[in-house]
Design a protein around this ligand. Sequence first.
Ligand code: FAD
Length: 106
Amino acid sequence: PADVEALGRSSWTLLHSISATYPVAPTAQEQSDVKSFLGLFGKLYPCWVCAEDFQEYMEREKIKASSRDEFGRWLCGAHNEVNRKLGKKEFDCNLWEERWRTGWKD
Ligand code: FAD
């Protein structure tokens, strides 16, 4: 449905933008904050089937956030999991920072 798609696009924009501004060398507190945020995000995400699958993904693939690049790639992997589920093309995670930080037009 259109709202699940619009919600998804906006949400990925928010999440990837958070990874783009995440510190290159995060403190223990910053790492813990981003994990707490995603844990709550996964609980509150207002598409219940999406939220359930996302929480299961985070159980299987623990969040990696010891650097900006590591977190950006983890999030790219999480997004690719949804892409696969929906039959969309997988995104090349080597390009995550170019897409979301240094920028190109989509
Ligand atoms: P989107 O997938 O929204 O992507 C937006 C842009 O991100 C793309 O144009 C591309 O430039 C870039 N991009 C694509 N893949 C990646 C990647 N791997 N890494 C970095 N950048 C990338 N929808 C459902 O129907 N069922 C679900 O179960 C579901 N679960 C979701 C779970 C979460 C946590 C989120 C945030 C969204 C979920 N969605 C789900 C929505 C779905 O992922 C899409 O957002 C929606 O289908 C719109 O897709 P889109 O093709 O416009 O691009």
